[in-house]
Design a protein around this ligand. Sequence first.
Ligand SMILES: Nc1ncnc2c1ncn2[C@@H]1O[C@H](COP(=O)(O)OP(=O)(O)O)[C@@H](O)[C@H]1O
Ligand SMILES: N[C@@H](CCOP(=O)(O)O)C(=O)O
Length: 320
Amino acid sequence: MAGPAPGLALTVRVPGSSANLGPGFDAVGLALGVYDEYEVEVLPRPGLVVRLEGEGRRRLPANEKHLVAAQLRAGLEARGIGWLDGYGLRLTCRNTLPMAAGMGSSAAGIVAGRALAAGLTAPDALTPPDGLGASELDRINGEAAAVEGHPDNTSASVHGGLTLSWADREGGTCTVRPSLHPEVTAVVLRPVAESVSTAAARAALGPCVPRADAVEQATRSALLLHALTADPGLLWEATADRLHQEARRSVYPVSMAAVDVLREAGHAGAVSGAGPTVLCLTTADRVSEVLALAEQWPAEWDVRAPGIDTQGLEVTIRER
Ligand SMILES: Nc1ncnc2c1ncn2[C@@H]1O[C@H](COP(=O)(O)OP(=O)(O)O)[C@@H](O)[C@H]1O
Ligand SMILES: N[C@@H](CCOP(=O)(O)O)C(=O)O
């Protein structure tokens, strides 16, 4: 297939996400109102230019090894377009999501790379509001989840809102988007001096769990969906986890101490993804209580109530 036409320029905006929400390990995700933005312009001469702005600009590789560039390449090749074959690309990354923080930065980057590839391959298919059709969004999510190794973050970044994902018989990613109760919102609390690589946090999990924990986890994850969609009064009960958080306590002790404090005060605290960010699911009327509690904490915390993103991935044409 011929490469993209010089002059074509696309922008992708992708929300970060909080995964697990307590018991929904590797399955439940929530899109946060915090965004990374990526722009790609097609150049007439072969070559790649990567520009970095915001988070990670001083330490990420400004070349083909950059996560988004690598995923853009894989996405183009999967769509039958040779990498830099007769054309060049300028990729600009504007990152606001903290990395290795449990806010779905790597998932957002992988989704963005694949979405840019989809847009460059079929720019005529880009129409408002999100720019890509449902089947292309599903394809991007499937590709990104396969790379990431779990679909919870990628589904939330692609579709927005509350997502529940599972694998079909062939291992493909399936996602539903239950309607979040309108009063539910999120506070994210990040200990700024900490960072946890998702790979390291996953390595801390053993291969087996006792039957009693498995039963309890299944119960709580079912309750989680009920609390998030119908009865936020049950969020504290519904965010109890028996599968991953205690097993990872030594990986993110500061975060677990904060989760303990929140839960002792009656708030639905959980570790966000693989940490170290802490998520507190709450209702609009209790946000100020959570913020007041966090103000008393000694270490430096970045505390935000970013709101829930309901749009998901947006791909737009900037120039043709
Ligand atoms: N959006 C991104 N763009 C480029 N590189 C990224 C991005 N997100 C993550 N990375 C790289 O991947 C590494 C691992 O991130 P990971 O632990 O998966 O983060 P997160 O929990 O935020 O998803 C980071 O340290 C960084 O080098
Ligand atoms: N279910 C995964 C989620 C990882 O999320 P991240 O935002 O930390 O990448 C896990 O808990 O390992």
